[in-house]
Design a protein around this ligand. Structure first.
Ligand code: MG
Ligand code: ZN
Length: 381
């Protein structure tokens, strides 16, 4: 009987729809522009599919940010000459569109010369640029967007490279690499002379959030706390910096955000630490997504640079849970998922090289990329 079947069907449909609503409804429905003005690239260091899966179940199905993305792809993370990448070569691939050797910061083959990063180039073309991270400014991932050094351990030289690009804002640790150095230089004084507001702590209260001046907000002298120990600034800082960058240039902005310590929890094979970092990153991505949903001109890309820890999600005696297990203390070659939202998000579906993320960002903006694809590892097995 049609009349009896139909109401049941409608009830079922409504129930499912309601369950999905909190997870998928945009903050304010907006019409997306044809092209993005702004790009937010969020990198979960060490984060591949198992880490995202764990984060999703820890947060709770329907509550996690991951299921809100409709466009998902995968990148092949390998370095120029090794199947398993480190974070320096991984971030240089995103920043410059070039595969390089492990440990190199914004330096690429064949002669290991500096490559111009997308952040540096957009900055030069009038975009506002920023970085928000849970590591120090000199750590491999943020460094690869602004510095050019053969070896990632050259932290003092990396800090000096921050003086070469007029980055609009930085939030993260590493103040000591600028003002407590073996060479006794005080780079913070140099930054102040260039008009930067430099501040330590977590408060945005005295910062030029109206876009009036560039700023550096140092959240730690060296590396910031772990999320497990109480670090909480990444989500809020991401939201504040989006608002700031939007006011800073009418042309648009490029923002790189890193959940830096996901990788450190994995190296330590510490599941509790990993859980706290994944939940922190979930909230951070949700903040960026909320900004993009209301803004309509912002492309959000979320990915990792490589897998780490060989994370397994095993059967637990409690059937409603999984048991995290680690097969390694180092990085692995697993493909890394890419999530995209906003104008031109569809470019990020499929399987491609990590370097293609650079080219796809330029493509999305409708501007020519500076780099051309370089050689890639011929994998065996
Ligand atoms: Mg990193
Ligand atoms: Zn690592």
């Amino acid at each position: 009987m049609q009349l009896r079947v139909l109401p049941l069907y409608v009830l079922f449909f409504l129930a499912c729809n309601t369950a999905n609503r909190t997870a998928s409804a945009p903050a304010v429905p907006v019409t997306l522009a044809d092209r993005p003005k702004n790009i937010i690239l969020l990198i979960g260091d060490g984060m591949a599919s198992p880490q995202v899966t764990a984060g999703l179940y820890w947060k709770g199905v329907g509550k996690s940010v991951w299921e809100r993305f409709r466009i998902v792809g995968f990148h092949k993370s390998h370095a120029h000459d090794e199947c398993v990448t480190d974070s320096a070569a991984g971030a240089t691939a995103f920043a410059c569109g070039q595969k390089t050797k492990n440990g190199a910061i914004g330096m690429v083959p064949p002669d290991y010369t500096p490559c111009r990063t997308i952040l540096e180039e957009l900055d030069a073309q009038g975009w506002a640029t920023g970085m928000v991270v849970s590591c120090s400014a000199t750590h491999a991932t943020p460094a690869s967007f602004i510095a050019h050094q053969d070896i990632r351990a050259f932290t003092e030289s990396i800090a000096e490279d921050y003086l070469s690009t007029p980055l609009d804002c930085f939030v993260g640790g590493g103040k000591g690499y600028f003002d407590d150095r073996p060479d006794k230089k005080n780079l913070l004084d140099s930054l102040r002379q260039r008009g930067y507001i430099v501040q330590s702590g977590l408060g945005f209260g005295r910062l030029p959030v109206n876009g009036a001046a560039p700023f550096m907000l140092f959240t730690a002298d060296r590396e910031p706390q772990s999320a497990l120990a109480g670090r909480r600034y990444l989500p809020e800082a991401t939201g504040k910096v989006c608002e700031y960058l939007q006011k800073r240039s009418p042309k648009g902005f490029f923002l790189m955000v890193e959940g830096s310590q996901i990788d450190w929890a994995l190296h330590a094979n510490d599941a509790l630490w990993l859980k706290s970092e994944m939940l922190d990153f979930d909230a951070t991505v949700a903040t960026a997504l909320r900004f993009a949903e209301t803004n309509g001109e912002t492309l959000v890309i979320v990915t990792g640079d490589h897998e780490c820890g060989g994370l397994g999600l095993n059967r637990d005696v409690n059937k409603n849970k999984f048991a995290p297990a680690f097969a390694a203390r180092l990085h692995s070659a697993a493909m890394v998922p890419v999530y995209a939202f906003g104008p031109k998000a569809e470019l990020f579906s499929g399987i491609y090289q990590n370097t293609d993320i650079y080219f796809k960002m330029w493509d999305a903006l409708g501007l020519p990329a500076l780099a051309t694809q370089n050689s890639t590892l011929k994998t065996q097995n």
